[in-house]
Design a protein around this ligand. Structure first.
Ligand SMILES: [Fe+2]
Length: 173
């Protein structure tokens, strides 16, 4: 299903990409995906489309709900394109109302490498995520005794939900 040569051609670059460029690349990569051929068994999965010196891309399919928790990408920016279903993106906001934006099939967004965010994938969401530079580590955030803690995880590991932090934000007036 994955045509590696076509993704490789798409990903050629001699420099790291800006967030908007990652989103544009995710849109272009989406045109190479035959969603009718996706395996729709199980909870869903993430599949690496490419990894070069300057970017990496993942095809995410979530048949069950998926909450990424608040996390950073270790300095890598991201562009996300939605192929099917819908997702919500939430930057970590302190001292103000939550900023949750929903994106539906055909829409894309980007997020800076310096940011901390959380994504909710509704069941049936199919997305492409392009990161630049390739992710070296993911930082996971959660409140422990009221203090914000970060722990680092490998890029291959799905980020866990951060229920305590999310609950506190939900309590903000
Ligand atoms: Fe992310």
């Amino acid at each position: 299903m994955i045509d590696a040569a076509r993704f490789e051609a798409l990903s050629v670059s001699d420099r790291d990409l800006a967030p908007e460029e990652c989103a544009a690349l995710a849109r272009s990569a989406a045109e190479l995906i035959d969603t009718a051929a996706l395996d729709r068994e199980g909870e869903g999965s993430f599949e690496l489309l490419w990894r070069t010196d300057h970017s990496e891309a993942w095809l995410n399919t979530w048949w069950d709900p998926r909450d990424t928790g608040f996390h950073d990408h270790g300095g890598s920016c991201v562009g996300v394109h939605v192929l099917e279903g819908h997702v919500r993106n939430e930057p970590l906001v302190v001292g103000g109302p939550r900023r949750i934006t929903e994106y539906r099939a055909g829409e894309s967004f980007s997020f800076p490498g310096t940011g901390i965010h959380r994504m909710e994938h509704e069941p049936g969401a199919v997305t492409i995520h392009v990161y630049s530079p390739p992710i070296r580590a993911i930082g996971h955030y959660e409140l422990v005794g009221g203090e914000l803690r970060r722990h680092s995880g490998p890029p291959s590991e799905a980020s866990p939900p951060s229920p305590t932090l999310s609950a506190v934000l939900a309590d903000e007036p």
